[in-house]
Design a binder for this molecule. Sequence first.
Ligand code: GLV
Ligand code: MN
Ligand code: MN
Ligand code: MN
Length: 409
Amino acid sequence: MVTIDPERFRETFERYSEIGRTDADGLHRLALSEEDREVRDLFVSDLEDLGLEVRIDRIGNVFGRAEGTDPDAEPVLIGSHLDSQPYGGRFDGQLGVLSALETLRAFDDEDVEHRRPIEIVNWTNEEGSRFKPALMGSGAFTGELDLAEVLEHADADGVTVAEALDRIGYRGDQPVGPREEYHSSLELHVEQGPKLEDEGLSVGVVEGVFGMAWLEVVVHGDADHAGPSPMYSRKDALVAASDVVGAVRRLSNRFADDVVTTVGELEVEPGSINVIPSEVRFTVDVRSYDDGVVGDLVEAVEREVETACEREGVEYDLEEIWRIPHTEFSPRVAETALSAADDVGASHRAMVSGAGHDASYVNEITDTAMLFVPSVDGKTHNEAEFTEWADAEEGARVYVETVKRLADV
Ligand code: GLV
Ligand code: MN
Ligand code: MN
Ligand code: MN
């Protein structure tokens, strides 16, 4: 079996974690920010040190290719993302990219022959917090998202994806999309939930991902003075919006056991203590493994918005900004991972993911699966996000072994 170098793996992780590190040991490395540029530069130089052919496409996805012994064989695609949530954790995404990097380094150490080429990738803007939607680089690559359209998406300051790519020098010259058929793909990620830790297991083999939809709602009220304006005369955008926030929470109980619903962004205008809110913008995130349930949830949210706005006498705009159906990963790749976990001696279970991953879009173009390692307290999208290093290493061992098997069949 190929052996990883645990010290190198950990040192590399610590080094990458310095770029965008927060005072609380988290990570603030928003997509296409200066910190993202810096970590990309490090990643590219690490790929070049390995002698890989590096290419960057027009949406900034960074690929490195290690040739196999059979030049005609379809490649295996490995990797994840290096961007983070605002004040997020160090493990989400980064651990997957660095497990892929350690895999190629481990092959290089021992001159391990692999029949298929192996391509490592860092996908642009997985998180979708600065620029919506999430999974942008992988979605454009697989054709699930429209490239021209997402390049024009702007952040809160009006900077578009295209401008941000130019600013950091990562609007590459390669066309976006596969140059050839891939054989398979594998992404390692932290679980971001409590199941593996609760069951005392080191590795999850991910067989599917929830479907999800994102909505953006803008409620238009009427600004007025908080003192002299009688209560009956008010059109308060925040009163309507906050009725919806509560309703969205309660919807999670109405459709299926696995439903999760979140309002994560909320902006109040003009935002003054003694002014009735004139405009509120908020987002809704709904998820379930059942795509029909996601559709029902979207309709239910629409009804709640309509009712709350009618009650308050305010207008609104509602837009569904993203929807992705649930994913069923490749049983063939999942079985390869399960047998590799057995042979490595890692305790494991099969599971599905409530978090979105680039692997979902990649699964549209090639047989794909994922490996999870435990998240302490199930916590993520938070600076406290943590994975025990022994678990990260165990996951990397299973990852290397699975990639080796995929690259040799
Ligand atoms: C990505 O992190 C998502 O699940 O929204
Ligand atoms: Mn992630
Ligand atoms: Mn994330
Ligand atoms: Mn006054």
